[in-house]
Write a protein that binds this ligand. Structure first.
Ligand code: GSH
Length: 222
């Protein structure tokens, strides 16, 4: 019998759900997944089921955890090694994960996650491009120090989980990115957990599709 529940939104669109799910799966927590499809103007079922009115939300062995960064830390307590072992590298990983959790709003708004579509050339607002430049710098620094293919070395960890939805945005919206960024995007996309999430997302019912994500305002090339 599962030891808890992980509440998620529509996998195709819910970038924060992807982060939480990756953390939980990396930690190997045995939880039932409860998907509450996102609504066009908010989702009453999510507000009713979760403390913060948002997904992801984890219940596990009596613990209640919300906010993806808190879920990441909870998962790290259950599986050593999801953050880097070296204290300086661990501090670096936590810093960039927190920067992701707190920021890059312009990119998130201009290039929303949609795992089933491609909008090449769209979404290129100056603010989104500035966010992308900062993300490329973050990835470049971490990959140079670790040697890759993931941000802190050979294993996909919690920092990678926090940035995975950015990878999907780059695949959907195709901004111009450096070759090293492209290599990291391809490494993350090829990870089995990311592949499993894509497969589940693409199998979701057609009546979960939302016009605001299928026809986003910035979809046309700019
Ligand atoms: N800061 C939160 C953000 C979570 C969030 O915004 N989740 C969205 C889905 S990606 C949500 O639950 N929206 C509620 C709704 O659409 O009704 C986290 O890190 O988990």
């Amino acid at each position: 019998m599962p030891e808890g529940r992980l509440f998620l939104g529509t996998r195709r669109y819910s970038s924060w759900s992807l982060r939480g799910w990756l953390c939980v799966r990396l930690a190997g927590l045995d939880v039932e997944e409860v998907v509450l499809p996102l609504g066009a103007d908010g989702t009453p079922a999510i507000r009713a089921a979760t403390p913060g009115g948002l997904v992801p939300y984890l219940e596990h062995r009596g613990a209640r955890v919300w906010e993806s960064i808190a879920i990441a830390e909870y998962c790290a307590e259950h599986k050593p090694g999801l953050w880097p072992a070296d204290p300086a590298a661990r501090a670096h990983a936590r810093s960039i994960a927190a920067e992701m959790h707190a920021g890059f709003r312009a990119l998130r708004q201009a290039m929303p996650m949609n795992l089933g579509r491609e909008f090449p050339g769209g979404g290129r607002t100056p603010e989104a491009l500035a966010d992308i430049a900062r993300i490329e710098a973050i990835w470049r620094e971490a990959l140079a120090a670790s040697g890759g293919p993931f941000l802190f070395g050979r294993e996909f960890g919690l920092a990678d989980a926090m940035f995975a939805p950015v990878v999907t945005r780059f695949l959907t919206w195709r901004p111009e990115i450096a070759p090293a960024t492209r290599a990291y995007v391809e490494a993350v996309r090829a990870h089995p957990l990311v592949e499993a999430w894509y497969a589940a997302a693409l199998a979701e019912p057609a009546d979960w599709l939302l016009d605001k994500y299928e026809n986003p305002p910035g979809a046309a090339p700019q």
